[in-house]
Ligand binder design. Structure first.
Ligand code: 26Q
Length: 821
């Protein structure tokens, strides 16, 4: 006899099958005999969407009826990846769908591969936004994500003779089944033009902005499905279009051709995601992107608020909280001021008080070159009214806050001013964000401390309670349950099935860390995941790897501070040891990289080239006898991360202490049982606290030691001359050993570390790093000992669920109440 549960499952499976076939006929215009994988995928999405849209309607209706306070997450980036298996898992339908498709003769994995990644982000910041909206829906918090509906996401990467080539990403070339266009909610926004000062009948001065251009924002809604039948929230992304009445008025003098050109310019705004590239900073189009989506989103929020509260603004701060994901959407602050003061005729003080109750700001970086600054003259051209408002915000801030605490102190005013003076005056978006927000947070304990002590110490003196920490987290639904089904099954058996929404339950697994049977199951799962990855690597790179070797993985954007070149120098050192001592004893290891370099970041691209060239040499050198392999996976992205992370033995988190705000890949890898080799930086510190010093290999200078070394004068040459291994591998880079006939092709790395002064202390940390890698090697030789460490990593990182991050934001910043649907 079948259990009631199995009977219910059978019923859903049968229903799903019928629905998929129905959509194959009625939505795709094909049938079971001739449908392509693409058609099957679309039909299945359509079948799933019946439930998604039900949930969406219910959730939106409930929020509306209960007039709930809601969070509005403002982000230029959402790195969503694929939604197919994510939505199935969160609806609790994955197993039934798999079965239904199997009965139709279709492998679900083949359908998953039909979907393009939704790569509307660069890296950590964009993926964090995606994890957060997953957790918000799962925890039933009323929330909307706002962003841009880019036509092209982050570029696709391939290698040509080892060099990075970028190609455009056209993720929705054949339409995206997960999104709904909402033409009934279009907005219009203005840019350019000039400001006129006028006086009303009472003689009061008013500013009137006469825009030079009007642009239409068309919203696309992407349902965000919470786990286990909770809320379905929305991600609302704005697409830019020409405003028809304004541009196509051919009876005006401008004429038809000019109108067509303006159309193209309007549609350019949402064309492409900017890669985080310092050389691109200050670009007009980027500022317009930021303003476009902030203005559309604010108008959308206000329209919804007015539907419930009319012209009474008094409840606005009770109903609306806006989180700024870094300073990228900071122009929302002067935009809300403009709407309140110029359009709603509110007085400045009331408007400012309201703004300061609505906005909160998350900082994601301390790197000075990454702090956003916009030329004042660009603001004057694009947003002439907003720059006036920023000046007024600044004038009052300096007079009413700074001068009160530090009377007559001009140095303090210069340092704190929202406007940086100089040949080219600049708007400091970080300063604007702090001044305009009621809370400012960093993304890991150490980072939040440094935001307060090094970045904004005077702001802390002015507003001590404004600053706080919310340590980042990742969604265990995508980053364990969906990507690592084998481990998930073991966890279900050992700790129960509640862990995806209560990740602390994983700590029960610690009781089994010494249990030989559990150790065997855990390591057998890791081995199967590694075998799967080895196949994928063979398919994508033609490289053969030994699936029993240590899989050592560094996956993240390419940046000097993340120090992929430290990893590379160590690989060279191992290679050299092998060549010098043919019997060099080491556990076979495969070093795997995944990283995109910003297209204009020269040295980052040289590092990619060097890794590829060195990999080529090492992988084809018989003398290595398989002890060492180096793989650079092209086109690193969410979908590739989902294949790499479950197969990792070792997680490389080796940034210079103080430079990586948090990191989130570190959390995903530890959660899947990888042991971290890492510096005391970002969230690594908190991971070390959770898993304990036996289960992580910490190395390198601490934040304080980094500061002291810089203060006393760091001379990278000394490490080069005093450490023969460092000298040998750096000199090696200048030969033609890795680039036959072309000596010097890899010398950029050496040059940056010596003449360039090694700003990220690669040479200072080299020896300590090599020792940590030795420790990993010795740990791995003890099979049971390693299994225990791997198990304890999975068991003890429950803190790093994004559900906990969201609860921290709710209690420290947002003050929301969950709303059951
Ligand atoms: C800026 C100006 C012009 C064009 C692009 C940008 C730009 C875009 C993206 C600047 C920065 C970013 C992304 C930053 C980022 O991903 N930061 C990471 O955020 C993670 C989530 O908090 C942290 O874990 C990482 O430590 C941090 O590096």
């Amino acid at each position: 006899a079948t259990s009631p549960q199995a009977a219910a499952t059978g019923a859903t499976t049968e229903q799903l099958k019928q629905n998929i076939i129905k959509h194959l006929h009625s939505s795709l215009g094909t049938d079971v005999n001739k449908a392509s994988s693409q058609a099957w995928w679309r039909a299945t999405c359509a079948a799933v969407n019946e439930q998604v849209f039900d949930g969406l309607r219910n959730t939106q209706r409930t929020h509306y009826q209960q007039d709930t306070r809601a969070l509005h997450y403002f982000s230029l980036e959402y790195l969503m990846g694929r939604l197919f298996s994510n939505n199935l898992h969160n609806l609790g339908l994955f197993e039934q769908a798999k079965l239904a498709l199997a009965e139709l003769g279709i492998k679900i994995a083949d359908l998953e591969d039909q979907e393009e990644d939704m790569a509307l982000g660069n890296g950590g910041l964009g993926r964090l936004a995606a994890c957060f909206i997953d957790s918000l829906a799962t925890l039933n918090y009323p929330a909307v994500g706002y962003g841009i509906h880019y036509e092209h996401g982050l570029f696709k990467q391939s290698f040509q003779d080892g060099r990075q080539i970028e190609r455009p990403d056209s993720w929705r070339e054949y339409a995206n089944p997960w999104e709904i266009c909402r033409p009934e909610s279009v907005q219009e926004i203005s840019v350019y033009g000039y400001v006129e000062t006028v006086y009303d009948l009472q003689g009061l001065m008013k500013k009137v902005w006469h825009p030079g251009r009007i642009i239409k924002g068309v919203p696309w809604d992407i349902p965000v499905v919470g786990y286990n039948g909770s809320s379905v929230n929305v991600l609302r992304l704005w697409e830019s279009r020409a405003s028809d009445f304004f541009n196509w008025d051919v009876f005006n003098s401008g004429g038809y051709i000019d109108a067509a050109r303006e159309n193209i310019e309007a549609e350019t705004i949402s064309k492409v995601l900017y890669p985080n590239d310092e050389t691109d900073a200050g670009k007009e189009l980027r500022l317009i992107q930021q303003y476009f989506f902030c203005s559309c989103s604010l108008k959308d929020i206000i329209r919804r608020y007015k539907r419930a509260h009319g012209d009474d603004w008094s409840k606005f701060p009770q109903q609306v909280v806006i989180q700024l994901n870094d300073t990228h959407p900071a122009v929302a602050i002067p935009e809300l001021m403009r709407i309140l003061v110029d359009r709603a005729d509110m007085n400045w003080d009331d408007a400012w008080a309201l703004c300061q109750q609505v906005f909160a700001y998350t900082n994601h970086t301390l790197l000075p070159e990454a702090l956003e600054r916009w030329p004042v003259r660009l603001f004057e051209k694009v947003l002439p009214r907003h720059i006036e408002i920023i000046y007024e915000i600044n004038r009052r801030f300096l007079a009413e806050q700074v001068d009160v605490l530090w009377p007559g102190d001009h140095a303090k005013k210069r340092k704190l001013s929202i406007i940086e003076e100089g040949d080219e005056p600049m708007v400091r978006m970080g300063h604007l964000s702090v001044v305009g927000s009621f809370k400012v947070n960093g993304v890991a304990e150490i980072h939040s401390k440094l935001v307060q002590s090094d970045l904004f110490p005077e702001m802390v003196a002015l507003w001590p309670d404004k600053f706080t920490n919310v340590t980042n987290g990742v969604t265990p639904r995508r980053w364990l349950k969906a990507c690592n089904p084998r481990l998930s099954k073991l966890l279900d058996e050992k700790v129960g099935t509640g862990w995806p929404v209560n990740l602390k339950l994983l700590s029960k697994l610690a009781d089994y860390a010494d249990d030989p049977q559990v150790q065997d199951s855990f390591m057998a799962i890791k081995q199967q995941n590694k075998a799967d990855l080895a196949k994928e690597i063979k398919k994508l790179t033609r490289i053969d790897i030994d699936p029993t070797a240590i899989f050592d993985i560094q996956i993240k954007r390419l940046h000097e501070y993340k120090r992929q070149h430290l990893n590379l120098l160590h690989i060279l050192a191992l290679y050299r040891r092998i060549l010098q001592n043919p019997d060099y004893d080491m556990v076979p290891r495969v070093f795997i990289f995944g990283a995109k370099a910003a297209p204009g970041y020269k040295l980052a691209k040289e590092i990619i080239y060097a890794i590829n060239k060195i990999a080529d040499k090492i992988n084809n050198d018989k003398r290595v006898k398989n002890r060492l392999k180096v793989v650079f996976m092209p086109n690193y992205r969410v979908t590739l991360a989902e294949k790499l992370i479950p197969a990792a033995d070792v997680s490389e988190q080796i940034s210079t202490a103080g430079k990586e705000a948090s990191g989130t890949g570190n959390m995903k890898l530890a959660l899947n049982g990888a042991v971290t080799v890492g510096t005391l930086d970002g969230a690594n510190i908190e991971i070390a606290e959770e898993v304990g010093s036996d289960n992580i290999a910490i190395f390198g200078l601490t934040v304080d030691e980094v500061k002291a070394l810089h203060a006393s004068g760091y001379h990278s040459h000394e490490y080069y001359h005093n450490n023969p291994e460092i000298k040998a591998v750096l000199d090696w880079l200048e030969t033609d050993y890795f680039t036959p006939g072309k000596p010097g092709e890899l010398s950029a790395i050496k040059h940056s570390l010596l003449e360039g002064g090694d700003p990220y202390l690669v040479l200072a940390d080299f020896e300590s790093y090599a020792k940590a890698q030795q420790l990993i090697d010795s740990w791995y030789r003890d099979k049971a000992g390693w299994a225990k460490k791997a198990i304890l990593n999975t068991a003890l990182v429950g803190k790093f669920t994004s559900d906990r991050s969201i609860e921290d934001y709710v209690s420290k910043v947002w003050q929301l109440t969950p709303c059951k649907i």
